[in-house]
Design a protein around this ligand. Structure first.
Ligand code: SF4
Length: 756
């Protein structure tokens, strides 16, 4: 007798959720190629059944009637449906028209955050950027995490070498500017982050949260420290100062042979005593000293800083000081401390001979108008508007936007919208007609995430366990509907001048052959000296192409890989596919000194750019506090994901979430009552929002969530437009940046609030 699922053509597909960094395993029930149900995959080796409210909405996202299924071309100011051939012809005319007229530097690119969760983007965005051949590169990184990567690059020699808290084994966790109960973690891949925190407390550990808001994470913590926004670097400097004053014997015992520059850093931190920073940070000296000693005396401890520390004027310096403290307590690269993942598909710190390298630098070029230094191959997103609007050689005349909505997610959105309106050509790869793609001459829709294969190439480099999890597409694509990598490869072919008829497969083959050639020349690689043609044929014999074939290569040459037969038990994509719930390669293990890629083969604690920045920090320390000046910070919400999940009814229904949170003391002083509408104004703009009076925020601080503001004409996201909210980035100032990384200051913006 047939089983029920055979009678109904029902199957369960397992895949990793691509919506946030946690990467939870999903079990997706599909009947007759229709998704009926999504739940957590109880057997997933990493998430063990956990999902958040967003995970199951991949179904609604797939079936969203506003999600684009056809290319759109703008004709006479209106977006109309087009065939793929028509769209490619328009891309060819638009991109090559600008290149012929002004040169390649006239094309800017912006890569959005979803690309970090997307195997196609992770493998083909670099191909696209190279084909366009312009230095005008921007991304969501400079409104997010890049300060941590710059600091890590300076310290360890590679920007992908980010130490993560060993969540499952630490006994003391100091969290600054992160709210994993809402975000589910960032630059620290840990499905069920909240459960892991609760387990930490259950085993007798302690969690301290430093945040101007008593976030959900702060409420669950053992202690909330209500810091003044933008001063985390000062607090960390004072903690490091205290540790140094108390003696660094443990550090020397555990890490001594790996360290360069300890004395310079200790000397440079001398002015930052707990007493010196107390007024500016709003934290008394006794509390700072106690936290420093708790960090040192705990059997293991880790400091973890996230967006509240990176999106400030001292983002890179604060990120550096997070690791200075981890080093001073002797807890870097130690079980229960801050550790380095060993990503199964490899990364910048698994390739090449370990122990030393070329080191890391920024400033290999400067932006045209404000001369901002390059960091990780890009310029600050804040510079985009001026690069588009300022006449002269190298002026940006066209933009290619891939999976991003910079009008909502980067500073001074109004100025950027005006700049986009003046561009000669805009190409958007996006699933929605949104606040940014509305300016596009051509919109190319990628398939939904359920129609793509998936592997978290980027995020597993920040995971608290070494795991690997591959997902095959759950649903088929429509006939003639290209995969996302094919879209990116085709744009690359057109931008390279290869012609509109060049198939994506030609770019794909060239890409993997180049990769093979490079790796086979690396004497530390497990395919050193091998015949590339033979390896190419072996990779292709499976019938795979595109990102899957590249992934197979990365897995096989990675630290657990089979080396094409050299390591018989090693991992291949076939083996990973045979394990639909993923493979667990174990807890993190110490990786020093092999992980280092600095020229000296040491951890470079006293990089001049960072030490010198302490002088700027001293100025902040001495600055006068205006007790009446309100300071704006952002906030995350469990049912939100930057700007792009607001068209899912189940995620936006309920009470208004785009509110201005304000402390009762400030509300009384300003005569503001609960729910009243106020005008929030900064140097660059103003927005009107309802007030939510709450004691869960420090007095003098107000908070607006980001990613809202869906009220612009010309978009087609009906659910989002009905609950538009306001764009907090109308208030962020594009002229205020972290100078070391070019990151926008999204937290600690001076604002005025008045009744309207
Ligand atoms: S926590 Fe993140 S990865 Fe997990 S289900 Fe939610 S959105 Fe998806």
């Amino acid at each position: 007798m047939p089983k029920i699922h055979e009678m109904t053509n029902e199957r369960v597909a397992f895949r990793t959720c691509p919506l946030c960094e946690a990467g939870c395993g999903l079990a997706i029930t599909v009947r007759d190629n229709e998704v009926t149900h999504i739940r957590g995959d109880m057997q997933d080796v990493f998430s063990k059944g956990f999902i958040c409210p967003k995970g199951s909405t991949l179904k609604q996202l797939h079936y969203d009637p506003d999600r684009l299924r056809h290319p759109l071309i703008r004709r006479n100011g209106v977006h109309v449906k087009a065939t793929w051939d028509e769209a490619w012809a328009a891309v060819d005319a638009g991109l090559n028209g600008v290149i012929q007229k002004y040169g390649r530097e006239a094309i800017g690119t912006y890569l959005g955050n979803p690309g970090a969760h997307n195997l196609s983007s992770m493998t083909f965005n670099s191909v696209l950027l190279k084909s366009i051949g312009s230095r005008q590169r921007y991304s969501a990184s400079t409104v997010d995490q890049i300060p941590k990567q710059v600091a890590s690059g300076f310290l360890f020699g590679s920007a992908s070498t980010v130490a993560v808290p060993d969540l499952d084994r630490t006994q003391y966790l100091l969290i600054l500017g992160a709210n994993p109960y809402a975000s589910n973690g960032s630059l620290c891949t840990a499905p069920d982050f909240p459960g892991r925190l609760e387990a930490l407390q259950a085993r007798g550990g302690k969690i301290v949260v430093v945040d101007p808001r008593k976030s959900r994470t702060a409420q669950q913590a053992d202690e909330w420290v209500a810091i003044r926004p933008g001063t985390d670097a000062l607090l960390l400097a004072a903690i490091a100062n205290t540790l140094a004053a108390d003696g660094l014997e443990i550090m020397h015992q555990r890490l001594g042979p790996f360290l360069n520059g300890v004395d310079e850093v200790v000397q440079a931190l001398k002015p930052f005593t707990p007493e010196a920073v107390a007024v500016t940070t709003g934290i008394d000296a006794q509390t700072i000293r106690r936290i420093a000693r708790e960090l040192r005396e705990a059997s293991s401890s880790a400091v973890y800083g996230r967006i509240g520390t990176t999106t400030t004027a001292f983002g890179t310096t604060a990120s550096w000081l997070v690791d200075v403290v981890n080093i001073f307590t002797g807890n870097l690269d130690r079980v229960g401390g801050a550790m380095f993942p060993l990503p199964v598909a490899g990364s910048g710190n698994t390739r090449g001979a370990g122990g030393s390298g070329k080191g890391f630098r920024t400033g290999r070029g400067h932006s045209r108008v404000s001369k901002y230094p390059e960091a990780l191959g890009e310029f600050p997103a804040s510079a985009m508007a001026e690069e588009i609007s300022t006449p002269g050689d190298g002026q940006v005349r066209a933009m290619v936007v891939v999976g991003g909505n910079p009008i909502l997610s980067t500073p001074n959105g109004e100025r950027l919208a005006k700049a986009f309106a003046d561009l000669e050509f805009v190409l958007s790869v996006d699933i929605y007609l949104n606040e940014t793609s509305k300016f596009a001459d051509v919109i190319l829709p990628a398939p939904s995430s359920l129609q793509r294969s998936h592997y978290d190439l980027a995020l597993l480099t920040f995971a608290v366990r070494n795991v690997a999890n591959y997902s095959e597409p759950v649903l088929p694509r429509a006939e003639n509907e290209p995969d996302e990598w094919e879209i990116l490869a085709k744009i690359a072919a057109i931008a390279s001048g290869l012609g509109v008829d060049t198939p994506p497969s030609a770019i794909d083959s060239q890409t993997i052959k180049t990769l093979l050639e490079n790796v086979s020349k690396d004497s530390s690689s497990n395919i050193f000296g091998r015949d590339c043609e033979e390896l190419f044929n072996e990779l292709s014999s499976s019938g795979r192409c595109g990102p899957d074939r590249i992934l197979d290569l990365m897995l096989r040459i990675g630290p657990f890989g089979d080396g094409f037969g050299a390591v018989p038990d090693g991992i291949t994509l076939d083996k990973l596919i045979a394990s639909p719930h993923g493979i667990d390669f174990g807890a993190l293990e110490p990786r020093l000194p092999n992980i280092l890629r600095t020229q000296t083969g040491k951890i470079e604690l006293a990089v001049p750019q960072l030490v010198d920045d302490l002088q700027r920090l001293e100025v902040l320390c001495a600055s006068k506090i205006d007790s009446l000046q309100l300071s704006l910070v952002g906030r995350r919400d469990l049912r939100s994901n930057n700007s792009w999940l607001h068209n899912i009814e189940v995620l936006v229904k309920g009470k208004e979430r785009c509110t201005l949170q304000m402390h009762p003391n400030d509300a009384v002083r300003l005569g503001i009552t609960q729910g009243s509408k106020v005008r929030v104004s900064s140097r660059v703009g103003s927005v009107d929002a309802p007030v939510e009076i709450t004691e869960l925020i420090r007095s003098g601080v107000v908070s607006l969530p980001h990613g809202w503001g869906h009220s612009m004409q010309g978009t087609n996201t009906k659910v989002a437009s009905a609950r538009a909210g306001v764009n907090s980035n109308i208030l962020t100032d594009e002229e205020v940046l972290d100078p070391l990384s070019g990151t926008s200051v999204l937290n600690g913006i001076p604002v005025d609030v008045a009744c309207i």
